[in-house]
Design a protein around this ligand. Structure first.
Ligand SMILES: Cc1cc2nc3c(=O)[nH]c(=O)nc-3n(C[C@H](O)[C@H](O)[C@H](O)COP(=O)(O)OP(=O)(O)OC[C@H]3O[C@@H](n4cnc5c(N)ncnc54)[C@H](O)[C@@H]3O)c2cc1C
Ligand code: SF4
Ligand code: SF4
Ligand code: SF4
Ligand code: FES
Length: 663
């Protein structure tokens, strides 16, 4: 036996071992892309370079035999910087997107490409489980999401985006009794205050990690604004209830009808739990501070919608005015129409183009008969018989664009209007009930927190979702819930979470796709809900045939080898910038699809040579061809392929990917 020292650790190895094999046996990590067990050393990637005492050169660990008394440093600054540079050079000829733009755009990191690919293959249960890996509300989100994924869908650059939300809704109907894997009990306890999408998503992931989780909620049921804000005709409560049933199967504790600040305090929960997450949203209607706001007949948008969701007897007069331009304003207007109002007018201080509400919701509201008054701001609610009778409105014009590139409304002095209304619904925004959280430090009417770790001024107390002022959509609140679950898990256990966390460094380098034009499957309106307007759901689901056809339009932008790729974890470990050495045009190769088992993408090949060496056919089907920056691997007699798949299995990157769904 030979004795050597690697990273100050003395190890015994055999004569004939290389530094790389000896280190591997001792559990010491040396990076490599071109090393294959039982295969001759290639010496191609250079990543295994190490520092050896007495040598003024860095040496390749895979090709350097051990000798008695050798002293090796695997992570000297010189070796680390050489590896970083080699990785960056590797990317200079690498073309591909690790993750598709749709997934990158999703605040919750939903693997849209994965479930779309599975739908195209008809694997609907797997598709549903892929969606559930990102968050527990695929059916609800598919119905209400502003769809940042579709806005970034690459197909949109060529014809129309994939109907990602429609496909998600389609598969959400498939699985109902799914339960994610739950790790063994850790003995840790987490309390979550607020059962909206943020708090529930955090609960979903923390429970998966094996912690005991209890959600404390003031309302009779869970769901937050998904239940008590968004109306039934957009998101049926039955859909939400079905999605909430997964929490029961996971044994998440639901404690309803208890209010922070009245029934319990933050300190009380903190004493009984290892961590507390505050996710109480921003559920208080903002006031306008104008005369007449306290009159009978004036109601906050969110309070109005909540009363309807609670099935209270809400009576709506003939003439209703709604103030605001958000989703809440549109939801309140359409709900008032459904409750019997003859005339509903939304008054907004900017123009239609600046309205923050979803444009599709605005046009559907118009089709239903909601009227709009633009460039008007309320200055007084007028009174008749101690009740609201209308709104005095200041006419406005648009001035300069503000920092968010929205033109600011400016009053047109002396120009007023009046809108008759027996009911005025104010929907100019929501606020946080900060007085419930006085023990946490606050800044600018929000709780002081770290936007990455979600930590507050109190150790062990975290805040997420709309209460932070950093989210305004359900999918953003869900994204917070997922990220915070990771932060809380790491805080309690100092370990990585058991669910997938995307690396921060990714290769983003799109290749123009090759495809045939075909139109998007549109959102279809349920004809029955048009007249008379009721609370039945407005949009229809896709049929199986439509869904499979739509999923087949996906260009599969993300890399099929992402889950197994060794290059991207190394880039993250060594902080290598994938675009550092990219200048000018790279060679572009068509994807080779000759082999029935896998495809070969020379644009991602790192030329490690492993596939050539691993080929089980004696006649060596694979070989390197061409020189310089045009080198690729070619198969010179495809018909002799033994279909063993060795080359695909050994490929360290996504250059050889198995055919099948691109998950
Ligand atoms: C009318 C309306 C329409 C919307 N439409 C859309 C849409 O189409 N698409 C979209 O993506 N987003 C939409 N949103 C926004 C979206 O609903 C929110 O961004 C999201 O629900 C925020 O999630 P959250 O968990 O942070 O808070 P919430 O959903 O507000 O949940 C917070 C929970 O905390 C509870 N809580 C509050 N105070 C206490 C207390 N003191 N003690 C105990 N529990 C408490 C609340 O009852 C609630 O259940 C809409 C919002 C409204 C109001
Ligand atoms: S081969 Fe690796 S680095 Fe390249 S695109 Fe695929 S996952 Fe990303
Ligand atoms: S084409 Fe498919 S993979 Fe590419 S961005 Fe669109 S949905 Fe995602
Ligand atoms: S295709 Fe072959 S040469 Fe290219 S990276 Fe994969 S294993 Fe290495
Ligand atoms: S592993 Fe040594 S050069 Fe690639």
């Amino acid at each position: 036996m030979i004795s050597i020292t690697i990273d100050n650790q003395e190890i015994l190895c055999r004569d004939g071992d290389t530094i790389l094999s000896a280190a591997g046996e001792a559990g010491i990590f040396i990076p490599s892309l071109c090393y294959g067990q039982h295969l001759p050393a290639q010496g191609a990637c250079g990543l295994c370079v190490v520092e050896i005492a007495g040598s003024n050169r860095l040496l390749r660990a895979c090709a350097t035999p051990v000798c008695e008394g050798m002293v090796v440093d695997t992570c000297s600054p010189r070796a680390v910087s050489a590896r970083t540079r080699l990785l960056e050079l590797q990317f200079s000829s690498h073309t591909g997107d690790c993750i598709g733009p749709c997934r990158l755009a999703c605040p919750a990191g939903t693997n849209c490409q994965g479930y779309i690919s599975l739908i195209a293959e008809g694997q609907l249960i797997n598709a549903y489980e892929t969606a559930m890996a990102a968050h527990p509300f695929p059916g609800s989100i598919a119905r209400v999401c502003p769809k940042p994924c579709e806005a970034k869908c690459r197909r949109k650059e060529h014809d129309e985006a994939i109907n990602i939300a429609g496909l998600k809704r389609f598969i959400a109907d498939v699985g109902t009794d799914y339960v994610p894997h739950i790790s063994p009990d850790t003995g840790k306890r987490v309390a979550i205050i607020g059962g909206g999408p943020a708090g529930l998503t955090a609960a979903y992931f923390l429970r998966q990690a094996g912690h005991k989780v209890d959600v404390y909620e003031q309302m009779p049921k869970m769901g937050g604004l998904l239940r008590y804000g968004i109306p039934e005709y957009r998101l049926p409560k039955a859909v939400l209830d079905l999605e909430l049933s997964v929490f029961e199967r996971m044994n998440v504790g639901f404690i309803n009808g208890v209010k922070l600040g009245e029934d319990f305090t933050l300190s009380f929960l903190k004493r009984r739990h290892d961590a507390v997450i505050v996710a109480i949203g921003a559920g208080v209607s903002r006031t306008m501070d104008i005369p007449g706001e306290g009159l009978s007949g004036v109601v906050g948008g969110i309070d109005f919608l909540c009363d309807v969701a609670l099935e209270k007897a809400v009576s709506v007069p003939q003439q209703v005015a709604v103030i605001g331009g958000s989703n809440t304003a549109i939801d309140a207007a359409r709900t008032a129409l459904r409750l019997g109002a003859i005339s509903v007018t939304v008054a907004y201080r900017r123009t239609k183009d600046e309205m923050p509400a979803d444009p599709a919701e605005i046009s559907e509201a118009e089709e239903e008969g909601v009227k709009f008054m633009f460039l008007v701001a309320p200055i007084e609610i007028t009174e008749e018989n101690q009740k609201a009778s209308g709104i005095r409105l200041q006419k406005m014009t648009l001035g300069e664009a503000d920092s968010a590139n929205r033109r600011s409304p400016i009053p047109l002095q002396g120009q007023e209007d009046w809108l008759k209304a027996d009911m005025v619904i104010t929907a100019i925004g929501q606020m946080v009930e900060l007085n419930r959280l006085k023990i946490l430090k606050q800044s600018r009417s929000a709780i002081k927190m770290d936007p990455v770790t979600f930590k507050t001024s109190k150790p062990g107390v975290f805040v997420i979702g709309d209460v932070t002022g950093l989210t305004a959509y359900a999918i953003e609140a869900i994204g917070h819930g997922r990220k915070a679950a990771k932060a809380v898990h790491e805080y309690m256990t100092a370990q990585k979470p058991p669910w997938e966390v995307l690396p921060s460094i990714l290769c983003k380098n799109e290749k123009p796709p090759d495809f045939t034009q075909s139109p998007k499957a549109p959102r279809q309106i349920n004809a029955k809900t048009k007249s008379p307007k009721g609370f039945s759901e407005i949009h229809l689901n896709l049929t199986t045939q439509q869904a499979i056809k739509e999923a087949s339009r996906c260009l599969s932008c993300g890399c099929g080898g992402f889950n197994e790729c060794k290059l991207i974890p190394l880039a993250n470990k060594y902080d290598a910038n994938p675009s550092k050495y990219i200048n000018g045009k790279k060679p572009e190769y068509p994807i080779n699809t000759e082999n029935p088992l896998f495809t070969y993408d020379a644009n991602k090949c790192v030329l490690c040579g492993l596939c050539v060496k691993a080929c089980s056919n004696d006649r060596a089907i694979l070989t390197m061809a061409n020189r310089g920056n045009k080198t690729t691997v070619v198969a010179h007699s495809q018909s002799n392929c033994a279909k063993c798949g060795n080359c695909q299995k050994i490929c360290p990157v996504g250059a050889r990917t198995a055919r099948g769904p691109n998950v």
